[in-house]
Design a protein around this ligand. Sequence first.
Ligand SMILES: [Zn+2]
Ligand SMILES: [Zn+2]
Length: 345
Amino acid sequence: MLNHSLKEIEKDFISLSPQGLYCPQANLHIDPWSSVENSINTHAHRDHISFGCGSYLCSEESKGVLGIRVGKDQKIEGLPYAKKININGVTISFHPAGHIIGSSQILLEFRGKKLVITGDYKLEKDKSCTAFEPVQCDTLITECTFGMPVFNWSNFGREYEKLVTWWKKNKENNIVSVVYAYPLGKSQRILSMLADVGETVFIHRSLKPYVEEYEKLSVKFPNYEIIGDQRADEIRHSGLIIVPNGLANSKLIKSLGNVSEAQVSGWVSIRGLKRRRGVDRGFVISDHVDWAGLQKSIVESRAEKVIFTHGFTEVCSRYAKEQGLDSTTIETRFGVEDEKDEGVT
Ligand SMILES: [Zn+2]
Ligand SMILES: [Zn+2]
């Protein structure tokens, strides 16, 4: 399988090794699947990093959160967006992907050819990170987590309003609002969305290190209070608390008394995640590109060849071919199901 894929990719400067996408010319692995000598990372989500690599290269904005994930004592170099460096003839630069803080598309240039690896990205507004910028290239390797026409985020502004209305309603009824979200990215996005609500928001202590990294990069948050694992008397009846997915059914949640629980994810749009996780509400706010956004970014990249990874690869590749593009797919370590369970949507 790997050899087959290798033939399909622009093997002059990118191939697929047992550790994932590899640039032999620069001796760099992009978002490696296991420990490698030189790692270059689109962002700090767990499915895009490996521990114990010899060195890490990422965007300057990603450096802090990557350090929390892999260890601050590791060799991590951050590069400002759009700044180019050259490693053995390969020019490398990072461009905003709009997914989480520091998330980047990686542009590799070699012998006049341009290749972009998107990592995870989205086009919707997000006050907690730098907005996606289209990058032109010959070959585009794009994620397609939500690469099906059924996924459409055009109403995400209304989803935010629904979330605020839900909170208000809970307040009137002396119910604590519990929002389950991934600790890095989604939690800070929700927190930043609530910046102008004028109320204190509670966050679980596990989110604190990430929130602080965002603050260092001047992301605006509302007044917030940190809650530990013990009974949280501090939370007034009307409070909203953001906690990691793993805390569902925990002592903390049980200690809160009357609660209404919500999940914030692209998946709640179709899969009844709300029911599956036993929460009361689901808000369709995703940090991945939807179908229309995916098609738009492919067109804007002007790529002639599009390689799909991380999601509904076959559907997307078939559609790209119908649009007259050269297209193929590559495997990732994580399938769509894992992505959902990791809560990185
Ligand atoms: Zn991600
Ligand atoms: Zn991912």
